[in-house]
Design a protein around this ligand. Sequence first.
Ligand SMILES: Nc1ncnc2c1ncn2[C@@H]1O[C@H](COP(=O)(O)OP(=O)(O)O)[C@@H](O)[C@H]1O
Ligand code: SF4
Ligand SMILES: [Mg+2]
Length: 328
Amino acid sequence: MTTLDDRETVLDVQDLQTHFRTKFGTVKAVDGVSFSLKRGETMGIVGESGSGKSVTVLSLMRLVPIPPGEIVGGKIILDGEDILELSELDMVKVRGSKIAMILQDPMTSLNPVFQVGSQVGEAIHIHQKLQGNSLMDRIINVLRQVRIPAAESRIKDYPHQLSGGMRQRVVGAISISCEPKVLIADEPTTSLDATVQAQYLKLLRDIQEELDTAIVFITHDLGIVAKMCDKVAVMYAGRIVETGDVRDIFYNPRHPYTEALLGSLPRLDVDVTRLDSIPGQPPALHSLPQGCPFAPRCKYAMDKCLEDYPPTYTLNEGHTARCWRLEE
Ligand SMILES: Nc1ncnc2c1ncn2[C@@H]1O[C@H](COP(=O)(O)OP(=O)(O)O)[C@@H](O)[C@H]1O
Ligand code: SF4
Ligand SMILES: [Mg+2]
């Protein structure tokens, strides 16, 4: 049996830095983020609003708005190639075919005036140059991969003729139409109702089962992380402060911020955007304090924490945290 450990690394992010130039100064929205993903692996990114989750994944797609944003450093090795070295023209070929984003709101991502088949076929036609019958076969196959029943007869439907759940599956079909190695799922700004949310998670699981795609999954819901993810990256003020497999993070959190996020365990349905367990606010990224940016809210803060940012400590394989308390 192949275990996750034998699989190839499809995404290797090294010391990624994405900044925004604003009138208040430089905002280091992503400040030295590193992680890697193997085929079929799902990583959750958690952290309060403004911690740099969306900018991280936008950077992976190279969709950060320039200006005011800019990827100023690091490497993003996707399927063996550093995509930060690519021209925008070459990046267009990579986007959609090797890395794709799946939007959670089906209404805003489908065009009401086109049949669903042509919307699914667009990327396939562009990236894989298929047309005619072979394009049609491929569209039907993709619709089947997202488990749309009677796919052959659905391709001529318009979005309004489908149920909400089926529309979401069509959106999923568009994202995976070129069999990307990495799929990015960022939480919507407005929350989805529970049914739509459940359908969406089921869709992601189906896609992973069919295609063995690696998924980067951003959510504010730690219960979903526990259910969906193999590993977790906890972000605070533009940096990953702790990362590990789901068990490390939930049962042996070593960073005070992770501990606080999980403060209300065993209830897992904690909403990270509204944290009662952590007093205070995340810091403004344009004027970060010296030292550990969590210090003003940390019940363990020591003098040292106010002076220098802690280095990354490796606790066991794949489990790291950045906190002075881990210094031996
Ligand atoms: N277009 C932008 N212009 C200026 N600053 C931005 C822009 N987009 C994001 N930022 C900055 O990056 C930080 C991280 O944003 P984001 O990644 O969207 O956070 P989240 O973790 O909530 O997804 C924000 O706090 C903000 O300061
Ligand atoms: S480095 Fe210090 S302030 Fe930062 S999380 Fe650790 S103990 Fe708290
Ligand atoms: Mg976000």
